[in-house]
Design a protein around this ligand. Structure first.
Ligand code: SF4
Length: 423
C-alpha cells in the first residue's frame, strides 16, 4: 500500500544526499533514486527540489489556468471500475445521456464566463456508437467554430474501437476529422497491470493499451495530458513505475502537454479504503515534478485537495491551476466538491506570489484574467450533469443511432414508433 512514507530522518545519509544533489543539478533520477526520494527525503527538501525544477522551466513566475467546463456526456458504463462512484450500469434508473441541446447549453454558459473548451468524458456506454460522437463533434464545431474539444480518454477511444470494430488509430482519425482537438489523460489510474486488475480497470485498458493509444494520438498530431490516480492499492514502487512509463513515452513523442495527479476519492465506491493525506499529495506532486523532467506543465489538483492545498501545490512543483470549475460530476460522486471560479483561482495564485494568466489547451497564454477585462457572471456553486428532477435521461435523438444492448434497441424502436430494431 502506498502512502506509508516516513520522515523520521531529519538528517539524510550520504546516499540520499547524493540523490538530492543530482536532482538539484537537474539530472535525471532513476526508479531506485525516485523511490528513495519519495520515501525518505523530508517534505521540505522534496518541495525545494520540485520548486527549483519548476523555476528552471518557468522562471517568469507565471501560473496559468484555463476556463473550460468538465462535461460528462453519459454515466452509463460497462467498465465498472471499483474505485468509481460515478457510473451507473446499463438499464439503471439514474443512467443518463446528455442531449446535444444540453451540451450546447453548457457550452453557452461556458462561453459566457470566458471559456473556449469542453473537457468531455463519460462512461463506456455500449449504446453510443462512433457516429453519435462524430455527429456531436461536428454539431459543436458547426455552432461554435472556435470552441475546442478536449475529449475522450484512451479508455473511451478503446471502447469505441471495440464497439465499431475499427482500430484505435482509425477511430482517432475519424474523431479528429469530426472535430476532436485533444485527448485528456483520464483512465490512466496507475499504469501497472497488477494494480489495474485489483481496481477492476484492466479490461477497460491495460497499461500498454493506454500508453499505446496516447502514442497513436501524438503520432496523429494531437497533444494530450497525462494523469495518475494514486493512493488506492498501489505500492510506492508502482507509483514510481507509473511516472517512469509516462516519461518514457514523452521521450519518444513529446506529445504530453501536462501531468495531473489526483488522490483516489473513496466515498460511495465499492473499493472503500481511505483518502491519501495532503502531505502525501504534496510529496507525490513534488516527486512527479522531479521525475517527469520532460514535462513542461504540472497541474495543481485543487478539485480533489481543496483550494488551500491547491495553492500550496505551487510551492511543490505545480505551475498551473487547471480549470475554473463550472461543473464536476466524477469526484463529487466520490465525496469531493471543491469549487473555485476565476476570481478565486486568481486570488490564490497571486496570494502565493505568482502572476495569473489564462491559457488554452496547448498551454499558450491567452491573456490576463478575463474578469479584469469585462464583467463575467460569478459561479460559486458547482453545476451537475443532470438535475435530480430531470427525467429526460435518454434523449429522443438517440433513436437515430444503433444501440448494442437489447433493452436500448427496443427503447429506440419504441421512440421511433415504427417497431424497427436497428442492429
Ligand atoms: S472510472 Fe470511467 S470507465 Fe471506470 S467505471 Fe467510472 S465511468 Fe466507467
Amino acid at each position: 500500500m502506498a502512502g506509508r512514507m516516513v520522515e523520521s530522518k531529519v538528517g539524510m545519509d550520504d546516499g540520499l544526499e547524493r540523490i538530492v544533489a543530482k536532482a538539484e543539478a537537474g539530472q535525471r533520477v532513476d526508479a531506485a533514486e525516485a523511490l528513495r526520494l519519495y520515501r525518505e527525503a523530508p517534505t521540505a527538501v522534496l518541495g525545494r527540489l520540485a520548486d527549483a525544477t519548476r523555476a528552471r522551466k518557468h522562471p517568469e513566475r507565471v501560473v496559468t489556468y484555463i476556463i473550460d467546463r468538465n462535461v460528462n456526456y453519459t454515466n452509463v458504463c460497462v467498465a465498472r471500475c471499483n474505485f468509481c462512484a460515478f457510473y451507473r450500469p446499463v438499464g439503471h434508473g439514474d443512467g443518463y445521456v446528455l442531449s446535444f441541446d444540453e451540451i450546447f447549453r453548457k457550452i453557452d454558459e461556458t462561453v459566457a464566463v470566458g471559456g473556449h473548451q469542453l473537457l468531455l468524458q463519460g462512461g463506456h456506454n455500449p449504446d453510443l456508437p462512433l457516429a453519435w460522437y462524430e455527429d456531436l463533434f461536428r454539431a459543436v464545431k458547426a455552432r461554435y467554430p472556435d470552441f475546442r474539444l478536449h475529449a475522450l480518454s484512451p479508455s473511451e477511444v478503446l471502447h469505441i474501437s471495440r464497439l465499431s470494430k475499427l482500430s484505435t488509430p482509425e477511430v482517432i482519425t475519424r474523431l479528429i476529422a469530426a472535430g476532436l482537438d485533444s485527448i485528456p489523460g483520464g483512465g490512466a489510474e496507475i499504469l501497472v497491470d497488477r494494480v489495474r486488475k485489483l481496481l477492476n480497470c484492466y479490461s477497460k485498458s491495460t497499461a500498454d493499451e493506454w500508453l499505446r493509444i496516447m502514442g497513436e494520438a501524438h503520432d496523429a498530431g494531437l497533444r494530450t495530458t497525462a494523469t495518475m490516480m494514486y493512493g488506492s492499492v498501489e505500492t510506492d514502487e508502482e507509483r514510481v513505475e507509473h511516472l517512469l512509463r509516462l516519461r518514457e513515452l514523452q521521450d519518444r513523442t513529446g506529445g504530453f502537454t501536462a501531468f495531473i495527479a489526483w488522490s483516489y476519492q473513496p466515498e460511495h465506491t465499492e473499493l472503500g479504503l481511505h483518502e491519501a493525506t495532503g502531505v502525501d499529495y504534496l510529496r507525490t506532486l513534488a516527486l512527479a515534478r522531479i521525475v517527469l523532467d520532460n514535462f513542461e506543465n504540472l497541474q495543481a489538483s485543487w478539485v480533489t485537495q481543496g483550494g488551500k492545498v491547491g495553492q500550496l501545490s505551487l510551492a511543490f512543483g505545480a505551475n498551473d491551476m487547471g480549470s475554473v470549475m463550472i461543473e464536476e460530476n466524477v469526484v463529487r460522486a466520490a465525496g469531493a466538491s471543491y469549487c473555485m471560479d476565476e476570481v478565486e483561482i486568481v486570488r490564490n495564485i497571486e496570494n502565493a506570489g505568482f502572476t495569473a494568466r489564462r491559457r488554452n489547451m496547448h498551454y499558450e497564454v491567452l491573456g490576463d484574467p478575463i474578469f479584469r477585462e469585462r464583467a463575467v457572471p460569478r459561479r460559486l456553486a458547482l453545476d451537475v450533469a443532470k438535475a435530480e428532477d430531470d427525467d429526460d435521461r435518454i434523449p429522443d435523438e438517440l433513436s437515430a443511432y444503433d444501440a448494442r444492448t437489447p433493452a436500448a434497441r427496443l427503447h429506440r424502436a419504441q421512440q421511433r414508433g415504427d417497431g424497427t430494431i436497428t442492429h
